[in-house]
Ligand binder design. Sequence first.
Ligand code: NAD
Length: 478
Amino acid sequence: MKPNQEPEFLKTKVEEIFLLQKQHSLKLRKSSAINRIALLNRILYWINKNQEDIRKAVHADYQKPYPEIDITEIFPVNIEINHAIKHLEHWMRPKKVGTPLIFLGTKAYIQYEPKGVSLIIAPWNYAFNLAVGPLVSAIAAGCTAILKPSEMTPHTSALLRRMVGEIFDTQTVAVIEGGVEISQMLLSLPFDHVFFTGSPSVGKIVMKAAAEHLTSVTLELGGKSPVLILEDADLKDTAEKIAATKFLNCGQTCIAPDYILIPVRLKDTFIDEMKKSLEKMYVSNKKGIESSKDYSRIVNENHFNRIQHIIADANLKGAKIEFGGNANREQNYIEPTILSNMKWDMKVMQEEIFGPILPVVTYENLGDAIQIVNQQPKPLAFYVFSKNDQKVNAIFNETSSGAAVANDCAVHFLHRELPFGGVNNSGLGKAHGHFGFLAFSNEKSVLKQRIGSAAVNPLFPPFTLAKKKLIKGILKWL
Ligand code: NAD
């Protein structure tokens, strides 16, 4: 459904779609793996046939480079679909559980039933991937879905509407475009599951709205993901990996390294290596980064202003710009910017940056660095660079985060055997592969009794003296 229509008309339409899906969701409970795989194959076929349209739409939103679109928008969704197709039959199979002695005579198993009608609210930063990825999990689990893409990426949202219109009937999947008002209108409906990807502040609004109907939620949120560099790290390798993942999508990535923690004596060498990496990646023929086709833009003017404000605030409070700092308002271009001399009262150290600024914070001893990580809200991802595996393990045991990655950044997103998601402020529930399937499934306990009441009636009233003794005996034995 297109945006910008009369609110009353939209509300009625949205409610109609919801009721249509509600009815259809009862039929989908009986759908087989073959039915669902057929739908997943249709998505895969559509994506492969329309790759160029996907690239054009995403690029039109904020000049994201085509190879980056392939790597971060199309590739992960194709992995998700192929993984689900390969494993779905196994995931759907009822899981037998053991029989404790007191349940002798019964049979019990877990049945994975679709939750029903789901709502998927997507962000703008990977507007295709983060809309279609959860949709794949919803379809695999046998749910219907209403998909609300972000209003900030209108070209990709229109493409998603076209894609869903060509693959599905409205009773199975519908796209409803619009901003905050539409999102809140949708959230007022009694969905069976809401899968939200976005900021922690909006995540709270989503969770409150869902609580009205006791709707279950998956919240894929953001926050500040730190990188801790130890004394023994290979700084060239570390800098290259950080540069590639921090400035991907112009820093607008939920699991982008947010800030660096580094021993004082390594700071200058690390910053030099970062500069070399950035020049290697984005500067060719002595032309500056702005002319690079491999570096994207900030999504819109509001975010451009927000990031400029963060840099100005840091500058004012004594931060040193080690690299970058330039911008072009007309293009929403902000140069990769490395800062040092950080203080914790700077905005850049207090909010999720979500842009191409990399603050470098120094530490005197490892204990202080770990304390810094533990004093912040639990991050979506935590990265440690060191050759000492024992130290890495000890650090991972002392800290809490949605994911912990050693000697790399962000790559865990592509690993379909790992759950993807945050903890507390960075999220609730998990996505990807089997974990995505589970998010949209009700794990129903099924117990089948095979013996008559005669065998268990010693536990039924009236509680005679003999029965009381028996119950006490059982309690002692348990
Ligand atoms: P956002 O929270 O502003 O918006 C996300 C979605 O929520 C959009 O569709 C928007 O229309 C809707 N929305 C916005 N305000 C709303 C409100 N008041 N009520 C109801 N719905 C509302 O997030 P964003 O700016 O699109 O994305 C950036 C954030 O998302 C960052 O914090 C980033 O870390 C996070 N993120 C997380 C993941 C993840 O997988 N964990 C992935 C990408 C982005």
